[in-house]
Every structure is written in structure tokens, then in C-alpha cells.
Design a protein around this ligand. Sequence first.
Ligand SMILES: NC(=O)C1=CN([C@@H]2O[C@H](COP(=O)(O)OP(=O)(O)OC[C@H]3O[C@@H](n4cnc5c(N)ncnc54)[C@H](O)[C@@H]3O)[C@@H](O)[C@H]2O)[C@@H](O)CC1
Ligand SMILES: [K+]
Length: 515
Amino acid sequence: MQKVATAQEMQAADRTAIEQFKIPGLILMENAGRSVVDLMFRITGLTDKKITVLAGKGNNGGDGFVIARHLHQAGVAVHVLLAGKVADLKGDARTQADIAVALGIPVAELNERNLNAQNHSLRHSHILVDALFGTGLSKPATGLYAKLIQKINTAKKYVVAVDLPSGIDADSGQILGPCVKAYLTAALALFKRSHLMHPAAECMGEVVKLDIGIPGQAVEAQNIPITLVEGSDITALLPKRKRNTHKGTYGHTLVIGGSRGKAGAAGLTALAALRAGAGLVTLAIPASCNAALELHPLEAMTLPLPETPAGTIASDAADLCLKNLKNKSALAIGPGLTTHKEVQDFLETLLPEVACPVVIDADGLNSLAKIPGLLAKMKTEVVLTPHPKEMARLINSTTKAVQAHRIETAQEFAQAHGVTVLLKGAPTLVALADGRVRLNPTGNPGMATGGTGDVLTGMIAGFLAQGLSGSDAAIAGAYVHGLTGDRVADELSETSLIAGDLLRALPESLQQILA
Ligand SMILES: NC(=O)C1=CN([C@@H]2O[C@H](COP(=O)(O)OP(=O)(O)OC[C@H]3O[C@@H](n4cnc5c(N)ncnc54)[C@H](O)[C@@H]3O)[C@@H](O)[C@H]2O)[C@@H](O)CC1
Ligand SMILES: [K+]
């Protein structure tokens, strides 16, 4: 797993490297600039290219001067447009600017009046290096900076952003105002949150993380709680089958869901639990859904439940479910339930008595939002899988507010309630009860189609049944679900992807991860 830092955590790691490990900041800046030039050589070739470096007045600009020097030394035609005066620069950035000037690299000091004189040189550049702002941007760019950002974007050149495209808040994934649109972003030392969070991520182009020589100990010392999940993490989590085992070894999942017109949701969940490896699955649905679901999926057993005239689970179904839960390893509850009053009464009786790990989705979440205190009464390991609107209902907020603070919202809820929260979106993230958060790198917009959430719930339940912890099951579920969606989108298309495709493609994803 790779650490994902805030601007403050990154600065603290820099400081630890400089103060505790005695690595001068100038060396880090040198490494940063040099590694960006190496990356540019690898990706663009740079032969016969004319390059303009746009430098700001902070350390991001300092990186820009190092980049200009190494390009100059490699014989590339490069010049620097500085948003201000060399005399205004301080510290390491000033040192790097002085070296560049002494070497005879052309440096133009810009102000709002002489800016347009650079139109010609921008037009004749092949590559623009954006070193205006990195993690230091604190408010929207205005005046000279805003104009420079606009010029970079309207020049329609290949733009390489140093650390972050200028205009992005490093932490929230938000675009603060005028913002550079890059083709390539060199993330220095660590990913910052906004490299991965939308909408900021849409301004990055390809993101490549570069080592700048900050020691691992300096990073470890910050106890950064956010990490990006990688395929190898999932390989380590998933159970491998031993020869001398039987279906009981892999757990028995109960899926409770469905209602008249929404029986399919529960069926998808049951099949996903089986595909994820659960040994046995029982599907508890309103009795009138039984005839259909007994035939498909054939692989699941069914438990017909008392129902209301509306075809939803009746409140007196709780006893039957609790009896059935006695030998179960995991419970998935929610898909297709509706929020009928009797369904809420059913959940109010059932959930506090459940002893196996449980994943709650869809109308299960909506009922939790309507019954204050119910979550607190649950005694078992709980995974919640809200989309932003369901998350908003759970905390009595708005989807917009949730989306503006996705990490913090899920993190606070998970910690406050001692549960795992999988918040769907771009990217899907899993917040653990101890405050750590995992960002999931897989998935695509093609998965925004009915039933994919039911499949995810089933996968998580299937992993729970095989003994994974709630957080591991959610992390693995999100990753494998997204990976499967990516493979289906590649083979068919994002547009026509449907939930059933995920079930069909899931075995190959697991094969890939377990290989
Ligand atoms: N030792 C370090 O700290 C290292 C830092 N590095 C680079 O330094 C960057 C961070 O440097 P800084 O903290 O100097 O910040 P930046 O260079 O990102 O920002 C420059 C300065 O602009 C000012 N500013 C913020 N918002 C503004 C606005 N809207 N309009 C005008 N001015 C504004 C701030 O005072 C800030 O100091 C990183 O992103 C990375 O590129 C690298 O050189 C590696 C080493
Ligand atoms: K930048």
C-alpha cells in the first residue's frame, strides 16, 4: 500500500528529512527537479523540443529552476518565465534561481504588464513545465497567476505539472479556481490526496510518483492514515483453498433482501457471494419471490419469509431469520428491501441480535438512517456500503457536502460508530474503525448501473463468510469489484456494462489476483 499525504503531512516528512536525518532541502529539491527531467526524457524523448518552464515564487518554482538547469545541460532549448522577480525568491528556490541565471539560462521576470510579450515564446514551445504552485497553494490564483494559468491552458501544449497542476488544493480533491490542465503530473515523494480524488484528478493527466530521496523513516514518522490499495495487497488478503476442505470450510452466507419487483437485487447478491467463494448461500426473501428465486440462482438455497400485502418482508419475519442465522458465517442485508414500515420494524428486531459479521447496503442503510440508535445496538462486526446519497442520509447532511469531504466524512462515521464504511464513488474508499482509510484504485463510470452495488454487497459477504475481517472484506470487495468492472469495460464497453457481466467476469479477476 502506498501512503497518500496531505500537504501538511508532506511538509512534515520533508522537515523530518531535513532536520532529523540531516538531508539539506537543496538536495531534495535537486532530486525533485532531476527526477522530473528523467521522467520527461523517458516519456517525451525531448529531442529538438523547445521548453518553457513557468516558475512560481515558492519551492515548486525552485523545482522548476532545477528542471531548467538539467534540460539546459542536456542541450535542450529552455527558458524560464518567473511569476515575479528573482530578488523576491527566498531560501532554496533563490539559490536554484541564482544558479540558473549564472549559467546563462534565459529567465524572464513577469508582471501583469509585460506578460503578453511572452505569447510568441509560448506559441513556439513544445512542452510547458508548470512549476507555479505545488502543495503551497492556499487560495484561488488571481491576477498574474490566473493569467499565466489561462495562458498555459490556451497554448494547447504538452504540459508537465511539477507535483500538482497549479490551481488545485492538495488535500480536498477540489479545484480552487483557475487551474492548469496537465498531460503528465510528477507527484513528488508521495501521492497527495488530490492526485487521486475527483474532480482534481481530472486535471492531472497521467500521474507518476517520483522518489526524491526522502527516507522511509521520515515518512513513517508521520503516521499517515490514508493509503492507496494495490493488487498485491489483495492477493495477500484473499483466502487460498487447501485440498482437504469442504463447503463448510468456506462459510455459509445468509442474504436478506428483495421485495415485489426487486427480487433480482437479492439474487445478484447471493450469486456474488457464491462467486466470491462462500461455500453455501441461503437467500431469505418475501415468500412470493420464492418461486422465481428458487429456480435462479439454482446454486443458492432459499428461505421464504412472511410478507406484507405490498410484497415486502413482514415485521414477524425476524424470528425465522434469527433461527436461520444460528449456523451462518456472514449476513448481507439490504438489497431490494424497501423502507416499508414493517421492514424497519423487522430490522429493528433483527439487527441487535445478529452475531455473525454483517454487511448492510441500500435500503438497509436507509432504514438505519430512519431508526436512530439502531446501529449502536448492533453487537457484531458491521460493514456499511453507502453511495454518497445514502451516506448523506446517515449523517443527516447533503450529497454535496459528503462529496466535498469524502475522506473525512467516512473516516469520522467509521470511528464514531466503530464500523467499516465503504463509501462508493471516484474513488471508492474504505474507512476503518481505527481511523485509517484505504483508497481503491479500480472501477469506472460504466459501473454506474443498476445492480452493481448488489454484486459488491454479495462479494463482501462472501469474503466475510470465508473469515476475512470486515475491513479486509470491504477493501478486497471494492478492489476486485472495480477490477472486474474495468476488465468488462475493456472487453465490451463502459456504456453497455451490466451487473450480470460482473458476475460472469468475476472468476477471471480472482484468478488474476490469486495467480
Ligand atoms: N523541502 C521541501 O519542502 C521540498 C518541496 N518541494 C516542492 O515545494 C512545493 C511546496 O513549496 P511551497 O510550500 O514553497 O509552496 P508552493 O511553491 O506550492 O507555493 C508557492 C507560494 O505561493 C504562495 N501562495 C499560495 N497561494 C497563493 C495564491 N493564490 N496566489 C499567490 N501566491 C500564493 C504561498 O505563500 C506559497 O509559499 C512542493 O509542491 C514541491 O514541488 C520539492 O522541492 C522537494 C523539497
Ligand atoms: K505545479
